[in-house]
Design a protein around this ligand. Structure first.
Ligand code: ZN
Length: 266
């Protein structure tokens, strides 16, 4: 079970966590939907989220795109409108400061909103692709997604081969991205910041365990205790791993609190 640190209380555990983070040599972050909620992007799985309106099995698989791209685009447009015109928040900016200070090597994100890059982060590994570009799976063309793609009907056509385009996101049934680079980052990571995710979905679920098994520390930032806090997340079958600390509260409060202790304030 992790130590639970509530900002304003538990100063001793905070000081210990910060001291050990300062000593870490290779810090990485794993982020999920929770880091972007305060930028106005609801968790797609939460009530009212895109997956409660559009059943993923019926809209978000590669098979549906191949069979009926026009239907799939009704969901892509809803998803695109959810993430359009959103701004990074204090948690995204704190991670960018940590990287700029030479203390954060990589961000692995499950998000497709591009807010880490908008905040200035450079080494962002997007497991599920990005919602800022369009992709042709037939000829390999990639180009920007524009406002014009969020209105109208039907699938836009590839400018090169005229076949239907899709957003550059990983659909169910497609391979996740950047796994070789993520494996390299995890292999040397000795402090992993897990932010806005309980890391229960493959492949994110395996990352805290990989770091923990090598003696690394897990810093969790979530609204409340999760299976990771309680030691009930384990992917590789080697037993469960728990975070070492849970910083409980909104990521916009907890992440800057810890980052600023390590590298100094904004
Ligand atoms: Zn094409």
């Amino acid at each position: 079970m992790a130590h639970i640190v509530i900002p304003g209380q538990d100063e001793e555990h905070l000081a210990e966590a910060v001291r050990r983070l300062r000593e870490a040599r290779h810090i990485a972050a794993l982020t999920g939907a929770g880091i972007s909620v305060e930028s106005g992007i609801p968790d797609f799985r939460s009530p009212g989220g895109v997956w409660t309106v559009f059943d993923p099995d019926e809209y978000a698989t590669i098979e549906v795109f191949l069979r009926d791209p026009d239907k799939a685009w009704t969901m892509y447009r809803a998803l695109g409108r959810e993430i359009a015109d959103k701004e990074p928040n204090a948690a995204h900016r704190a991670l960018a400061r940590l990287e700029a200070a030479g203390r954060l090597e990589a961000i692995v994100t499950q998000n497709i909103d591009g807010l880490h890059q908008a905040a200035g982060s450079r080494n962002v590994l997007e497991i599920h692709g990005d919602g800022q570009r369009l992709q042709c799976i037939y000829c390999g063309w990639l180009g920007p997604m524009g406002d014009e793609h969020l209105v109208g009907e039907g699938a836009p056509a590839c400018p090169r081969c005229r076949r239907p385009l899709k957003p550059n996101i990983v659909l169910f049934g497609e391979d996740v991205r950047d796994m070789a680079e993520i494996a390299r980052a995890m292999a040397r990571c000795d402090a992993l910041l897990v932010i806005g995710t309980s890391a229960q979905v493959h492949p994110a679920a395996g990352l805290p365990e990989q770091v923990h098994r090598r003696g690394g520390l897990i810093y969790e930032f979530n609204l409340g205790p999760t299976d990771l806090t309680r030691g009930q997340v384990g992917y590789w079958g080697c037993g469960a791993v728990s975070s070492d600390w849970l910083f409980q509260g909104p990521a916009t409060v907890t992440v800057p609190l810890v980052v600023d202790e390590v590298v100094g304030g904004e």
